[in-house]
Design a protein around this ligand. Structure first.
Ligand SMILES: *[C@@H]1O[C@H](CO)[C@@H](O)[C@H](O)[C@H]1NC(C)=O
Ligand SMILES: *[C@@H]1O[C@H](CO)[C@@H](O)[C@H](O)[C@H]1NC(C)=O
Length: 592
């Protein structure tokens, strides 16, 4: 017995010896920044014994097949429309090749890391999680970590300006975090519209006019947007959800934005009395909290909008932690990974995912490393393949905030697209304002990705726009990139309750939960007619532009230009337009 155990130990040791570290000594850069990401400055050296929660994303064996499949089951003209995949079926597409696992494990062993005991894996095996001190990660990735400080928030993170991988691993590793992703994530809420003096209550009525969906819209909705304004404008007033046992909507929250339960009650009593008493569970992810004493404007805007519009459909709030302040003088292990990455990993590990999820957060696309952006966007494609619609705000800076200079060292002025808005596997929501007529709101984020190619589902709509645009803004944007937004909705003067009192807020943060709610009601309608949830929406929407209210005036200035102008058909200010629920019901019922 004694000999046997000694023998086992010896053979384990031999494995380590058999993979000399020299084998992995030829490094090639995986990702590098030309300059410190905007808003961040070098603070100090990273403590050598600071523990990083390293996440290694392996190349997913059949991710291109999965994307092709997703486009088919989302195409209303395809015979397999609506045939969503199970958790296990998606995992089969994204599991890494055995040789990738083997090679990466031997690299870890060469660094003294035991793949059996030191690693946890995602259900598909495509993500390896391990906790490693900075000193060791610096050797593994041939890099130097530092503490960086965010000038505005004073948050500290441990990151690197570049990282490398042994040459033989490049074909097997998609991304490693935390490395060069700094996480400039922000809520798509215009705080400048926070108005301590709410619209007088007399405003929240007025003489109604006939809205685009055939329901009477109070003229007060021009200045004060309430649940009943949105219901009337988009035509959901008379719809009563019935598939509430199988249907639900989720709201993703980050940055310690907490949705307040008492504020929701105050809001519902005032603006949606029939829904008074409605509650929502909070799912805490990656150390996310639910601090009821600290109501967030963004979180309250999101949950009050969705509960108000979708009641009695179940609503779930996801509170995701991540990128917490790193205490520079402490070596306490701190989780410093990226919020989207953590959130989507959690979602994909669930057996049941809400049919639609609204997210009102984003970054400038150029601040997100390409390998990271691709990885997150691929994960969103997986969520879509499970039958969930992911909606994101398009951003609140028109075609770009500030001077719009590139960060690749060339300092060129270019329009600045947002991510995840620019991921082709999400539905991106721009903003409108006023109701008679509904026009583009000037901050509505819109534009063209500089990293993601234009998907075929939007090619014809975008081409028509570009032809009409001519030479305007030529050279400032990428005509072959994924174009957004896809749709739009009211994005200003929302009357919400924060800390017990009514506030008036705006932002595409308001537009996104509005459209998400309409989609949740459409899912209810499909489910109650024995059909599947809609899943990834864009191919269906672009194939049925007349089911949206085309917005044809207004523009989204930015970068010192007039931006783009809304016009008939798709445009990069309001997309295809705002939802028309009765028309969308017809489309949803006609689809297989
Ligand atoms: C929910 O789905 C299950 C299985 O698909 C079905 O049997 C049941 O009738 C549905 N319930 C409702 C209320 O739609
Ligand atoms: C335009 O987008 C494509 C993806 O379609 C990308 O490969 C290319 O680098 C982008 N060009 C510019 C100038 O941003």
């Amino acid at each position: 017995m004694l000999w046997l155990s000694l023998l086992t130990a010896a053979s384990a040791l031999r494995v380590v010896v058999a993979t000399p570290i020299a084998k992995f000594g030829d490094f090639a850069v995986k990702h590098a920044w030309a300059e410190s990401p905007q808003g961040w400055e070098l603070h100090s050296d990273a403590p050598a014994d600071h523990i990083l929660s390293l996440r290694i994303g392996l190349k997913q064996s059949r991710i291109e097949e999965l994307k092709a499949h997703l486009l088919e089951v989302s195409d209303p003209f395809h015979s397999r429309y609506g045939q969503h995949l199970s958790k296990e079926e998606v995992e089969d597409f994204v599991k890494p090749r055995p040789e990738s696992v083997e090679l990466v494990e031997s690299w870890l062993i060469a660094h003294g890391i035991d793949p059996e005991s030191a690693i946890t894996r995602s259900p598909a095996g495509d993500w390896l999680n391990l906790r490693v001190p900075v000193s060791l990660v610096e050797k593994m990735l041939d890099t130097k970590y530092n503490v960086f400080r965010h000038r505005e928030s004073e948050n500290l993170v441990v990151r690197t300006m570049s990282y490398s991988l042994p040459r033989e691993l490049h074909d097997h590793v998609q991304v490693i975090t935390p490395t060069t992703m700094f996480g400039g994530l922000r809520g798509m809420k215009k705080t400048s519209f926070l108005n301590p003096k709410p619209a007088p209550e007399s405003l929240i009525e007025g003489t109604p006019f006939a809205g685009q969906a055939g329901q009477a819209v109070p003229t007060s909705c021009n200045n004060a947007v309430t649940t009943s304004c949105l219901q009337a404008l988009y035509g959901t007033t008379n719809y009563v959800p019935t598939a509430t046992a199988n249907n639900s909507i989720g709201i993703a929250g980050y940055l310690e934005e907490f949705a307040n339960a008492a504020d929701l009650q105050t809001f519902l009593k005032k603006f949606r009395p029939a829904a008074a008493g409605a509650t929502f569970p909070v799912v805490e992810i990656n150390g996310g909290l639910n601090t009821q004493s600290d109501p967030g404007v963004e979180a309250n805007l999101d949950i009050q909008t969705t509960v108000g519009l979708t009641f009695p459909t179940p609503n779930t709030y996801f509170s995701t932690g991540g990128s917490p302040p790193f205490i520079a003088d402490s070596n306490t292990p701190t989780d410093t990974n990226e919020p989207y990455d953590q959130w989507v990993a959690f979602i994909l590990a669930q057996t049941h995912i809400p049919g639609v999820i609204s997210t009102s957060y984003g970054d400038d696309e150029q601040t997100v490393p390409l390998d990271f952006a691709e990885s997150v966007c691929n994960s969103f494609a997986q969520v879509g393949a499970r039958g969930t619609s992911l909606l994101f705000s398009s951003g609140d800076d028109g075609v770009g905030a500030g001077n719009c200079l590139t960060n690749d060292g060339t300092n060129k002025k270019l329009f600045q697209p947002n991510f995840p808005a620019s991921c082709p596997f999400v539905t991106t929501v721009g903003g409108t304002t006023k109701v008679n007529p509904e026009v583009a709101v000037s901050f509505s984020g819109g534009g063209f990705s500089r990293v993601f190619a234009q998907p075929s589902y939007q090619a014809s709509a975008v081409k028509t726009f570009l032809t009409a645009l001519g030479k305007t803004n030529a050279g400032l944007f990428n005509t072959t990139g994924r174009a957004y937004p896809d749709v739009a909705a009211q994005g200003n003067n929302f009357q919400i309750v924060v800390g017990g009192s009514i506030e008036s807020v705006g932002g595409t943060s308001a537009s996104c939960p509005t459209v998400s709610s309409v989609i949740a009601l459409l899912n209810d309608f499909r489910l109650s007619n024995g059909k599947s949830t809609l899943g990834f929406l864009n191919p269906l929407l672009y194939a049925n532009p007349s089911a949206l209210n085309d917005i044809t005036s207004g523009s989204n200035p930015g970068c010192g230009t007039n931006g783009f102008t809304a016009r008939a058909g798709w445009d990069p200010v309001t997309g295809l337009g705002s939802p028309n629920f009765p028309k969308l019901q017809t489309v949803a019922l006609a689809a297989p």
